[in-house]
Design a binder for this molecule. Structure first.
Ligand SMILES: O=C(O)CCC(=O)C(=O)O
Length: 257
């Protein structure tokens, strides 16, 4: 799927957009899966607004923004289990992480038209710090994603700065790191943006009349261990490529609550 120059680009810049990882039918299956999850969540009275807080807009405007965000999508619909271990996905992961790749967690991020919430600039590192920083996000695009509907933005090479202190673990100060300083990464349905968990990223409000639906999978090297017990999700540690070299560490030592 990718060449050695792409791997070099990822290592240098901290991100990589890979075109056409999923075909039209696979994208359709994921879109249908998302619609059904939203429907079932509403029926179960669990349709909460997952929009992030922040200092990038006045409080009054922030309150109007909406994000449909649910974790563990591969437990809700098989389309996502197929996607997270898709041969094209695995082929890229093996090249940028190494032979032994584990899932960390999965989630969906739907920014509805006109009021889809932004993600203030941040690193994912504070949420689940690891020893060797192999952790990355693979953000799967299900819609045409442009600046108008709040596409992902990254700060190239920012992973080289290491871990930066965040406001309450969540996001960086908007005055120092406004969303506008991120390089926009427009993408088409089926494209995947890979970025390291130290790469500063975010995305703006969806001000368009179009949806912006993404599914995000986090993966790591099976020999890269957490340094803090800060995040647990079901399915954490599923092997999507290679083997787990640590026989005594195949189940995470967290409790399901
Ligand atoms: O999908 C997006 O726009 C950003 C998602 C993100 O930054 C995150 O989940 O950490």
């Amino acid at each position: 799927m990718i060449k050695s120059k792409d791997v070099e680009f990822y290592k240098e810049e901290g991100y990589l957009l890979v075109k056409g990882v999923f075909n039209k039918q696979e994208v359709e299956e994921m879109k249908n899966g998302i619609d059904r999850i939203i429907h079932r969540a509403a029926k179960a009275n669990k349709d909460v607004n997952a929009a992030w807080d922040g200092d990038y807009l006045p409080k009054e405007q922030l309150k109007r923004l909406v994000l449909k965000g649910f974790h563990n999508v591969h437990y809700h619909d098989s389309a996502f289990l197929k996607a997270l271990a898709h041969p094209n996905m695995v082929s890229v992961l093996k090249q940028i992480i190494g032979p032994n790749v584990q899932l960390h967690h999965s989630k969906m991020l739907v920014k509805p038209p006109e009021n889809g919430a932004a993600f203030p600039m941040h690193q994912d590192h504070p949420y689940f710090p690891h020893e060797n920083h192999t952790m990355l996000a693979a953000s799967v695009h299900l819609d045409d994603s442009t600046e108008e509907n709040g596409c992902l933005r990254v700060i190239p090479k920012s992973h080289k700065e290491g871990a930066i202190e965040h406001i309450g673990r969540h996001y960086l100060n908007h005055k120092e790191y406004p969303i506008s300083i991120g390089t926009p990464c427009p993408a088409e349905p089926g494209d995947v943006l890979f970025f390291n968990y130290l790469t500063i990223h975010g995305s703006d409000v969806n001000r368009s009349e179009r949806n912006r639906r993404n599914v995000l999978f986090q993966y790591r090297d099976a020999s890269d261990f957490p340094v803090e017990d800060t995040h647990f999700d079901w399915g954490m540690g599923l092997m999507v490529s290679g083997e787990n070299p640590h026989f005594d560490k195949v189940t995470p030592k967290y409790k399901i609550v």
